[in-house]
Design a protein around this ligand. Structure first.
Ligand code: IMP
Ligand code: MG
Length: 183
């Protein structure tokens, strides 16, 4: 895999510092809440980020999984996405949801999911992303917690894939454009 990587963008050590910093923020921000803190791992990309982050959250937290896919760039920028795996619980009014994503690109996925869970009656919905590519935004969306703002390059590793590959790299790297035929 390593020969397909142009350069390391976020090292394993940096990721460790990022998860510590964000977990501290979460531990502080939710300390006074009387609701249930429920982390939502967005499959598959945020698997590693969620597991590293949750180890450092000292508040009692539950975990749920959702699997979603974007309709793609050709559809409207209304934030419509496919939900392949949904949350089945009937206590949403008692829940502070924290959605955990690998990367925010257009912003469609998280802006749609935030609205969807809020409309279902969640007590609160916040978002946490390892990476943010603000240059690529097509909808107005800002994550509540962000690990690192990165340039508009295609990245893989630490959960992020290209054609389902590279997820198991322990760092985030820039994929050589010739591997995927892009910028
Ligand atoms: P969006 O913010 O709705 O456009 O979608 C974000 C999703 O696009 C992420 O969860 C990833 O699955 C995918 N994505 C965006 N940029 C990258 C990248 O650089 N590498 C790998 N996946 C990416
Ligand atoms: Mg993803």
């Amino acid at each position: 895999m390593i020969q397909d990587i142009e350069s390391v963008l976020v090292s394993a050590e940096e990721i460790d510092r990022i998860t510590s910093r964000i977990a501290d923020e979460i531990n502080r921000d939710y300390a006074e809440s009387n609701k249930k803190l429920v982390l939502i791992c967005i499959l598959k990309g945020s698997l590693m980020f969620t597991s590293e982050l949750m180890k450092k959250i000292t508040l009692p937290a539950e975990i749920e999984f959702m699997k979603v896919s974007s309709y793609g760039a050709k559809t409207t920028s209304s934030g419509v996405i496919n939900i392949h795996l949904d949350i089945k619980r009937d206590d949403l009014a008692e829940v502070d949801f924290l959605i955990i994503e690998d990367i925010v690109d257009s912003g469609r996925t998280l802006s749609h999911l935030t609205r969807y869970l809020a409309e279902r009656g969640a007590a609160s919905v916040k978002t946490c992303t390892l990476l943010d590519k603000p240059d690529r935004r097509t909808v107005d969306f800002t994550p509540d917690y962000c690990g690192a703002v990165i340039p508009d390059r295609f990245v893989v590793g630490f959960g992020l894939d290209y054609n389902e590959k590279y997820r198991n790299l322990p760092f985030v790297g820039i994929l050589k454009p010739e591997v995927w035929g892009g910028r």
